[in-house]
Design a protein around this ligand. Sequence first.
Ligand SMILES: [Zn+2]
Ligand SMILES: [Zn+2]
Length: 238
Amino acid sequence: MISCELKQQLLTLYPYRTELHAHTHPASSCSQITPEMMASTYIELGYDALVLTNHFIHGPKDKHEYVSRYIEDYENTVAAANGSLRVILGAEIRFTENCNDYLIYGIDREILLDIYDLLPYGLENFRKQFSNPSMLLLQAHPMRDGMTAVDPQLLDGIEVFNLHPGHNSRVALTAKLAKRNNKEIVIAGSDFHHPHHDHEGLAAMLTKQCPETSHDVANLLRAGDYLLEVSQQHLILP
Ligand SMILES: [Zn+2]
Ligand SMILES: [Zn+2]
């Protein structure tokens, strides 16, 4: 347990709070949170930034239409936040090979079309074909039921704390997995989807500077200069 004084010092040193995992409807069909609700919820919670990580999956729809609908939720969340919360573009991508989910940061909207084209060919191929020096790819909740083990070399990091209340993410086992594979980039995400479950803002990345862009988020994670906060009270030094 870290002392109250040390905790206060750390919070003073790392004052900016960013949500790294959240979903809006309709871009994520499983979410019940509109862009407006997302913005107002996180503004009320006092967050400085939020990365919108809507599900990004391959489907029968026209890809241009799919990507523009996807971006629409991001733009609507930015508009609803009206400058009171930094809303940043991320994604939770899934390849057609299995049900694993991967959080990506350090992206621009322009590359979503290229990513979409590679979703039917699997993670290994994606890592070979898609070279983007800014992007980070972390496996989301790798120990949840239904996940498939992947070669850790294909991952930049792991979401150790996934705090979705409807799933068992086996946090301790996930932390062990990250350590065993020397994954230094570990994150915590609320995986916020649903109202009235009290799981908004269960996780945050704390930083010395507020990230402005998706690239800033990736760079902060890469630099390792951040803390994690869970349940709005426990600090974790990753
Ligand atoms: Zn979902
Ligand atoms: Zn998610």
